[in-house]
Design a protein around this ligand. Structure first.
Ligand code: PEP
Length: 249
């Protein structure tokens, strides 16, 4: 039995007092679900340390939304993985489709970022997923294979790597794949990570894309789905915790 992880990606929302208040809300409800699932919130970098302070001693871990592949240097505006760790993070998301699209991040760069995360002692949540055009062209599993081959670094293990399957067309749209489509993608990912992640059978595979309290139970019950990466529905403590409750029950 793989312990589920429910991760909230706040994206470019909930900074400052809003971020602290959201963290307080999540922290207040965490004890109820903590015996059966792990909780993580990934706030904007400017509020990460404050959120980590709010959640210190709670069952909720804190993560970054991205890191640079280098450990230091002339990279204006970027953050090293070790800086996130120092601010209180234990996870970092890499290769989110919004970064792949907005910043042209390639599989090779995502791989280097995940390696940097591991080097700083962080768990890397590596995001993969097909576009709608790729799904329509019947390319989904091939795209996932390519992203897995290119984005997972040497030294990846179940203890330091989480894979998030996020169909690009399902992110923020209210649309989700069918449970059969999710099952097929996750079974394929489980098979493909065998040679890339040590103890691959134990690695957590998250589903992400329009997860909400109404559809979470069904999505989280799919084989090889070991939790969720949640965007919009993680911006209210009540809906995030309701998703976690469904993972825990
Ligand atoms: C995400 O961006 O990782 C995500 C899953 O967003 P949403 O839940 O809003 O679709």
């Amino acid at each position: 039995m793989i312990r589920p992880l429910i991760a909230g990606n706040w994206k470019m929302n909930a900074a400052g007092a809003d971020g602290r208040a959201l963290a307080e809300g999540v922290g207040a409800g965490a004890a109820e679900v903590a015996s059966a699932c792990d909780l993580l919130v990934c706030p904007p970098a400017v509020v990460l340390a404050a959120v980590a302070d709010v959640l210190a001693g709670s069952a909720v871990a804190v993560g970054g939304q991205d890191c640079h592949e280098a450990s230091s240097g002339a990279h204006t505006g970027d953050l090293a993985a070790a800086m996130l760790a120092e601010a209180g993070a234990s996870f970092v998301i890499v290769g989110h489709s919004e970064r792949r699209a907005d910043h042209g991040e390639s599989d090779g760069l995502v791989q280097a970022k995940a390696a940097a995360a591991h080097g700083a002692g962080l768990n890397a949540i590596i995001c993969i997923g097909e576009t709608e055009a790729q799904r329509d062209a019947g390319e989904t599993l091939g795209v996932l294979s390519g992203q897995i081959a290119g984005s997972i670094p040497e030294g990846a293990a179940a203890a330091n790597t989480v894979i998030a399957y996020e169909p690009v067309w399902a992110i923020g749209t209210g649309r989700t794949p069918t449970v059969d489509e999710v099952a097929a993608a996750h079974a394929h990912i489980r098979e493909q990570i065998e040679t890339k992640i040590a103890e691959a059978g134990e690695a957590r595979l998250l589903y992400g894309g329009s997860v909400n309290p109404k559809n979470a139970r069904e999505l989280l019950a799919v084989d090889n789905v070991n939790g969720a990466l949640v965007g919009g529905a993680s911006l209210e403590a009540a809906s995030f915790l309701e998703i976690a409750r469904q993972a825990a029950s």
